[in-house]
Unconditional design. Structure first.
Length: 232
């Protein structure tokens, strides 16, 4: 983990279970990892749906650190409803946080990463962005959008030494998912090949790998951390 010493990272949604685990893992390796979140007490207050807010957050990183090595988009929201019962405002809000937020983070991170001599962009997707799931049209569409975004941007920025990848978790054990009805959790476990669910630390480990030197030749890829749920 000392391979991450001296790097600077930003993580949107750093106040959440997955984002928080990513920050903790990167910091344990010596990275100066900062949260971008709207909640009070966040490292840097930032609304990922607002272009000016993201620009100012990245600008602050540049003024304080002079470089940016890793940008992780872990912010995400969902609303379960069949498509004919899903409100337009709900659809728009999910796209704004999950997909527009990723675009804005990339848009403002790339110029600073170019000045820094390279970087790693990691988007936290979902296996439901690849396979779909009943009642998650907005969420699945937004996560699927990350795939096209990452593969296109990886072609655009590769020559600058910047990699772009998507990490696709399966069902992750968080306070939010643990509060759901047991039958949904049991169904997710039954879909896995390993008979267990993914922990936030598992996602963080993949992000740390992609952020380090061993991930330098990986770009434009989907890396699933789902205990085999997607093929279940």
């Amino acid at each position: 983990m000392n391979e991450l010493v001296g790097r600077v990272a930003i993580v949107t949604g750093g106040d959440g279970a997955i984002g928080g685990a990513i920050i903790e893992r990167l910091r344990s390796g010596g990275t100066n990892a900062l949260s971008l979140d709207t909640k009070d007490g966040a490292g840097i207050h930032c609304d990922v749906t607002d272009d000016t807010s993201v620009s100012q957050a990245v600008g602050r990183i540049e003024s304080e650190s002079g470089r940016l090595d890793v940008a992780v988009h872990a912010a995400g929201i969902s609303r379960d409803a069949v498509v004919w019962k899903l409100g337009v405002d709900e659809w728009d809000r999910i796209q704004a946080v999950n997909l527009r937020g990723a675009f804005l983070l990339i848009r403002h991170s790339v110029p600073l990463m170019r000045k820094s001599g390279g970087g790693r962009i990691i988007l936290i997707g979902s296996i439901n962005g690849s396979r779909g799931k009943y009642g998650t049209s907005a969420y699945s569409a937004s996560k699927s959008g990350l795939l096209g975004l990452s593969r296109t941007v990886s072609r655009e920025v590769g020559r600058f030494g910047i990699t772009v990848n998507v990490v696709e978790p399966g069902w992750v054990r968080t306070p939010l998912t643990e509060a759901l009805d047991d039958r949904w959790r049991d169904e997710a476990v039954a879909e896995t090949q390993l008979g267990e669910l993914v922990e936030p630390s598992d996602i963080a480990a993949m992000v740390a790998f992609l952020s380090g030197p061993d991930g330098r030749r990986i770009t434009g890829q989907i890396l699933r951390v789902d205990a085999g749920q997607c093929i279940g």
